[in-house]
Design a binder for this molecule. Structure first.
Ligand code: HEM
Length: 490
């Protein structure tokens, strides 16, 4: 805490006294690798899949702020909780994540509208306010617990089916992709799409593969200047094909669902949709905006859930004492029930702390970004011109030993110890403020319900032949290798 407080004082925006003694510096004074050496790290040393590690190396070499050119883009890296807070407190009325995204270029080329992930300004604000009513209000989200619980029941049945005679389930991440997609689909369409069936529909499998490939291609297409796209067209082509498939997939489900609804109305039947697509379609937004928003929500709900579920069980299987305490907590709250409800979670502090700890160690979005368009801003004594891409190095801050003692250790209890507080911006896996994750409450509920039920049903053990698994960057942070776990019947 003391070292953090010292750094807070050093890193905070200079007050009048400080500015008199230390003039504000420009980006010319900011340290950082040369274009050539960063490009070498990225392309020749597999840096694109190690971007999270490059954050740690960056802090060691240059301190908490450095600049680097990510392909054609100059970006300022900020890797200190206090400095991240300074950036986010100046993000303005309509925060912008990144101006230069290849995701936006694709939508422009195809004439699609933007969804919540990609839209900006007033357009973003309008949809954010509409969706916020159904996704951010605790009561509205709690109402999804039955829907999500039925998906969790299918997940449990699927895990049972997938087990070897010794209880081993191989590649749990791919099981959880299907769970993530089924979960978010049930919330969006209030109907099931069969991801957890024994034979997964081919189009669902292709949708999941498209997300995976699209994430790999995102970093590559962004790191390549556009003239290189002409010379090496393959990454951009694959990237577009993946998005085409994802947009088609979402459109197909939305049209099916809304047609069924319209037919009911025509028959004079009452329509009582309480799913997100229905709410969106009732707002008067153009259908193209509904399509793009649903596509982006579907996408946002798959890898995020899958990765967090995988790491949670991976760590719990290796920390048997935490697993036992967590199970005890769940069983004590549920008494003779076997199915938790949203309201139960309020009484499960260790469950919440476990998810927090998992997201500290493995933040699904290891680096976020902001572009401040309204004005130049001062951060850590540097003047950053408006429209500069600022990369927020969340992986580095959440593994910083000065903030989190023994940062590489899985220790959920650190979140329960009232004497051990952390800088509030040191681990912010869902982001902070107006542009933070709109799916946070749904995601947390889904994770809590699934983890609680899995621990009631199974004793989760490591694969006796398994190796330790490290994370890798694929735009998102995902397990580098396959994770296999034993699910032993309780
Ligand atoms: C463990 C699960 C998840 C994590 C860690 C996570 C994390 C994040 C983060 C870090 C952001 C960027 C925030 C910012 O820029 O400040 C974000 C944005 C977003 N997330 Fe999530 N997310 C998760 C699950 C979900 C789910 C399940 C959904 C869909 C229901 C979702 C939908 C979105 C959307 C639409 C945005 C863009 C919000 C906007 O720009 O206004 N996320 N998420």
């Amino acid at each position: 805490m003391i070292s953090w407080a010292d750094r807070w004082a050093e890193g905070s925006a200079p007050g009048p006294e400080a500015t008199r003694t230390r003039p504000v510096r420009t980006l010319d004074h900011m340290p950082g690798p040369s274009f050539a050496s960063f490009a070498w790290d990225l392309f020749a040393k597999r840096g694109l899949s190690r971007l999270h590690e490059l954050q740690l190396e960056g802090v060691q070499r240059y301190g908490p702020m450095w600049k680097a050119s990510f392909g054609p883009i100059l970006t300022v890296h900020v890797a200190d909780p206090e400095l991240i807070e300074q950036v986010l407190r100046q993000e303005g009325q309509h925060p912008m994540r990144s101006d230069l995204s290849s995701w936006k270029d694709y939508r422009k080329q195809r004439g699609h509208h933007y969804g919540l992930l990609t839209s900006e300004g007033e357009e973003w604000q309008a949809v954010r306010s509409l969706l916020g009513k159904h996704m951010l209000r605790p009561k509205a989200v709690e109402a999804y617990d039955k829907t999500l619980n039925s998906v969790v029941s299918d997940l449990i049945a699927k895990l049972r089916l997938s087990r070897s005679p010794h209880g081993l389930v191989t590649d749990i991440t791919s099981e959880f992709y299907r769970f993530g997609l089924e979960g978010i689909s049930s919330v969006l369409f209030e109907s099931r799409i069969g991801c957890l069936d024994q034979a997964v529909p081919e189009e669902t499998e292709r949708f999941i593969q498209s997300i995976n490939k699209m994430f790999v291609m995102t970093l590559l297409t962004m790191a390549m200047p556009s003239w290189l796209h002409q010379l090496f067209p393959k990454p951009w082509k694959i990237f577009c094909q993946c998005w085409d498939y994802m947009f088609d997939f979402a459109k197909c489900y939305i049209d099916q669902r809304l047609t069924a609804e319209a037919e009911k109305v025509a028959r004079g039947e009452k329509v009582e949709g309480r799913y997100l697509t229905y709410f969106l379609s009732q707002t008067g937004l153009p259908m193209k905006t509904v399509y793009s928003n649903v596509t982006e929500l579907l996408l946002a709900g798959v890898d995020t859930i899958s990765s967090t579920m995988s790491w949670s069980l991976y760590e719990l299987s290796r920390h048997r004492e935490v697993q036992a305490s967590l199970r005890e907590e769940v069983l004590t709250v549920l008494k003779d029930r076997r199915m938790p409800e949203a309201a139960d979670v309020a009484h499960m502090p260790l469950l919440k702390a476990t998810v927090k700890e998992v997201l500290r160690l493995y933040p699904v979005i290891p680096a976020n970004a902001r572009v401040i368009t309204e004005k130049d801003v001062q951060v850590g004594g540097y003047l950053i011109p408006k429209n500069t891409l600022i990369t927020l190095c969340h992986f580095a801050t959440s593994r910083d030993p000065a903030v989190f003692p023994n940062p590489d250790e899985f220790h959920p209890q650190r979140w329960l110890n009232k004497d051990q507080t952390h800088h509030p911006y040191a681990s912010v896996p869902f982001g902070v403020g107006k542009r933070s994750c709109i799916g946070r409450r749904i995601a947390e509920l889904e994770l809590y319900l699934a983890l609680a039920r899995i621990l009631i049903e199974f004793d989760v053990k490591p694969d006796p032949e398994g190796v330790s698994v490290k994370p890798m960057t694929r735009t998102l942070l995902v397990p580098e290798n396959v994770i296999n776990l034993q699910f032993i019947e309780r």
